[in-house]
Design a protein. Structure first.
Length: 165
């Protein structure tokens, strides 16, 4: 699991030109989400997780300058071996991608061939998203914006994920 977090951080920092900006301090934290005996969520360190478990990623962007940074679009990739949990982002995401490069407004749509051979447009399942992006914001001097989203470690990828722990 530690490898998954490391891969995410590597992809996260390099995922958009604004995120390579020396005027930004970017912090990414992964926590494992578990429920206690009363059903209340607890956040544990995210460096050890198993297939089927949920991770919450919190990304904080701090403006290190004395000026407003314009149109910052917080972006977090979905690590390989995990699936984005639709509706888990806070604030709500505005864009997503299934190819890691082309971001479109959510919900994403795709064309598929139906059983009768017709082309129809259907919603892409959030679990197919490879990265999520929030609406662009103007980040005032010395201020921070924080975004969150959750993924589930894919049980189908259990042998691959377990090998990376």
């Amino acid at each position: 699991m530690a490898a998954l977090v490391g891969m995410l951080i590597t992809a996260f920092v390099g995922s958009a030109s604004a995120q390579n900006d020396p005027n930004l301090d970017i912090k990414l934290v992964a926590k494992k989400v578990v429920k206690d005996s009363q059903g209340k969520e607890q956040m544990l360190p995210g460096n050890k997780a198993k297939p089927g478990e949920v991770l919450e990623y919190t990304a904080s962007y701090r403006n290190k300058t004395d000026d407003t940074l314009r149109k910052l679009a917080p972006t977090v990739p979905i690590p390989a071996g995990t699936k984005y949990i639709g509706g888990s982002a806070k604030p709500k995401i505005k864009f997503a991608t299934i190819d890691g490069a082309n971001f479109l407004p959510v919900p994403l749509m795709k064309t598929v061939t139906s059983a009768d051979g017709k082309q129809v447009r259907v919603k892409v399942a959030p679990s197919e998203y490879r990265a999520v992006r929030w609406a662009p914001v103007d980040l005032p001097a010395k201020q921070t914006v924080t975004v969150k989203m959750r993924t589930r470690i894919d049980p189908a990828d259990a042998p691959t994920t377990a090998a990376k722990q």
